[in-house]
Design a protein around this ligand. Structure first.
Ligand SMILES: Cc1cc2nc3c(=O)[nH]c(=O)nc-3n(C[C@H](O)[C@H](O)[C@H](O)COP(=O)(O)OP(=O)(O)OC[C@H]3O[C@@H](n4cnc5c(N)ncnc54)[C@H](O)[C@@H]3O)c2cc1C
Length: 556
């Protein structure tokens, strides 16, 4: 725990030195003593301490100072740290001013100069004041604080990244808690910087304005740049398939790097409860699975770069070279593509404009708590939609699942259908599709087209989560890696046309299972043509592919 602060202000350097010395010798073990020779400087210090969420136990100010007297300073300081004990240092001539300040300006005590010996004239009353302060003091949150607004897409992106990267933080919704006095004080301390949301405050006093995931990632020690330029194995994508490949590759001695565009965990990281993964009879959340896998991968020495995106690929002889979004390059002998799939966009007026401000693709684990007492709409009828409905039902007043068909039976696992039926605040709306969404700064209403009646109904809602299937994003592989007409990567036997090896194939063997049309480049998990879209199969493919990589590397 950071030590609470005793702050003293005096324009006379000798007095300031003496009071500092006496405070430090008596209280230095439990408190941090800081000082300023001007009230203005002291107020600035207090703003900085507020941003760090430090505790201030005592403000001790000389009464006679130019420009601002001690009483004036203590009154302003009270606005910043109302709980701090306030005391004046006065000369004999100022006694009357000090007495009236006690009554008018809520000052707790005044000390006469000189205070020698401090054991008689300073410490006993200060001990009382500090005991009083300790009795009511509650230490503020000591980690990262993020200030923003609920409906800002930029704030949502940052919170989602922090949650999925397992970086603990405190969220302060500056609109939602606008009447909270502590939020007001924090905004005052920020001054004009409060307009640059999201603002991230770190316990060491650093602040980031208009912050983005990569800014925070660097500050908290998440790596976005590779340590070296060459690896045995580079993995693109940190979902279950990529993480499994990383763990197996590194544990078997391959110098391995994994590049992840958002946060490790992939789609699985958005799952509120995976109930069909072997070995977890009561299920586990995707976030938990990702966290465990990341710890495991790091333990084996995998270098994880996140958030960082791979934007292109080129081949130079035995080297496979990927370019990253920051223009740096990583070269490797074997490359694993495990980029999964991304949500399909819902085509309806208003959707793009309100994305991140009430309209979300995927789980929105970050949003679940904010939906307390609200009506939440889930679009889609697959397992991912069912899991999300169950998760939101714990917080929302009502969860409404919109599906085009007449039931969930063709698209959702029976165990989820049963759970949904047994949850009274989940409602299924069949033959329904989103025709339009409405709202100025955030989602306010949804127009739902009912295909059985042909009518459109407009319903109020502030949160809609879309789960309508997904497609791979593999454009960056154009011209190098063969894909099917939907962008899924062809591997192994799928590449053999009439018994012929793929065009340009230059080695004397058929492509290995999970190998693409370029030797040494493998594709695993959801991004692969014909893959089973499940966590276990992604993990299976990621680990199996490492065996083929060993065989490939033995001949490079
Ligand atoms: C909400 C939800 C619930 C689910 N529930 C279950 C369940 O209960 N059981 C089950 O078995 N399956 C479930 N699934 C499916 C399962 O999560 C997926 O099959 C699995 O995650 C696929 O793993 P993957 O590693 O192939 O791809 P993904 O999980 O999609 O991971 C791919 C990763 O690659 C990253 N990436 C993409 N392009 C780039 C690039 N160019 N550079 C860097 N990184 C990139 C992405 O950001 C992503 O993190 C669920 C899916 C969802 C969305």
């Amino acid at each position: 725990m950071a030590k609470p602060i005793l702050l003293t202000v005096d324009d006379d350097p000798d007095v300031l030195k003496a009071i500092e010395r006496d405070l430090r010798s008596q209280y230095g073990a439990d408190y941090r003593v800081i000082s300023s020779d001007t009230p203005e400087g002291a107020l600035q210090l207090l703003h900085g301490l507020k941003l760090r969420n430090d505790g201030v136990a005592l403000l001790l100010a000389d009464q006679r100072m130019p420009r601002m007297d001690g009483v004036g300073f203590l009154q302003q300081a009270r606005e910043i740290f109302p709980g701090a004990k306030r005391a004046l240092l006065t000369a004999y001539a100022d006694t009357n001013a000090a007495i009236s300040a006690i009554n008018q300006a809520n000052i707790d005590y005044f000390f006469m100069k000189p205070w020698d010996p401090p054991t008689e004239n300073l410490y006993p009353p200060l001990n009382d004041l500090l005991d009083d302060w300790r009795a009511t003091y509650r230490q503020g949150f000591q980690g990262i604080r993020v200030l923003g607004t609920r409906w800002s897409p930029r704030c949502y992106e940052l919170r989602d990244f922090l949650a999925r990267s397992h970086v603990p933080y405190q969220w302060i919704d500056v609109e939602g808690s606008a009447n909270d006095p502590e939020t007001k004080r924090l905004l005052d301390a920020l001054g004009d910087d409060a307009n640059e949301l999201p603002v991230v405050l770190f316990p060491d006093g650093a602040k980031q304005l208009h912050s983005a995931p990569s800014d925070v990632a660097q500050k908290v020690g998440l790596r976005t740049r590779a340590e070296t330029t060459f690896y045995d194995l580079a993995i693109v994508g940190g979902g279950p398939a990529g993480l499994a490949a990383a763990v197996y590759g590194a544990s078997e001695g391959l110098h391995t790097v994994m590049v992840e565009r958002e946060a490790p965990g992939g789609q699985a990281g958005m799952s509120s409860r995976i109930e069909n993964y072997l070995g977890f009879p009561t299920g586990l959340s995707g976030g938990d699975l990702a966290r465990r896998a990341v710890v495991q991968a790091r333990r084996f020495g995998v270098e994880i770069l996140a958030p960082q995106e791979v934007v292109s690929l080129r081949i130079e002889g035995p080297y496979r070279i990927v370019k990253l979004a920051d223009d740096s390059e990583i070269s490797c002998h074997a490359l694993m593509i495990a980029t999964g799939v991304q949500w399909r966009r819902l085509e309806a007026p208003g959707i793009d404009r309100l994305q991140g401000a009430g309209v979300y693709y995927g789980g929105g684990a970050t949003e679940a708590l904010s939906c307390k007492g609200e009506n939440v709409y889930i679009v889609g009828g697959a397992n991912s939609a069912g899991q999300a409905a169950m998760n939101f039902a714990r917080y929302a007043e009502r969860v409404i699942i919109l599906v085009r068909g007449d039931s969930l039976s063709a698209t959702m696992s029976q165990y989820l259908i049963d759970q949904i039926k047994g949850t009274p605040n989940i409602q299924l709306w069949t033959h329904a599709s989103v025709a339009e969404v409405h709202g100025d700064t955030h989602l306010e209403e949804i127009s739902v087209l009912c295909s059985d009646t042909g009518k459109t109904e407009r319903v109020p809602s502030s949160a809609m989560f879309i789960f309508i299937g997904a497609l791979p994003r593999t454009d960056w592989l154009d011209g190098t890696i063969e894909r099917d007409d939907r962008g899924f990567i062809l591997t192994g036997p799928d590449l053999m046309q009439g018994g012929q090896r793929p065009k340009g194939w230059a080695v004397e063997r058929d492509p290995y299972l999970l190998e693409t049309n370029v030797p040494g480049i493998f594709a695993v998990g959801d991004v692969r043509h014909g893959s089973v879209k499940r966590v276990a199969s992604g993990v299976g493919e990621g680990s199996v592919a490492v065996q083929f990589i060993h065989q490939y590397l033995s001949k490079v």
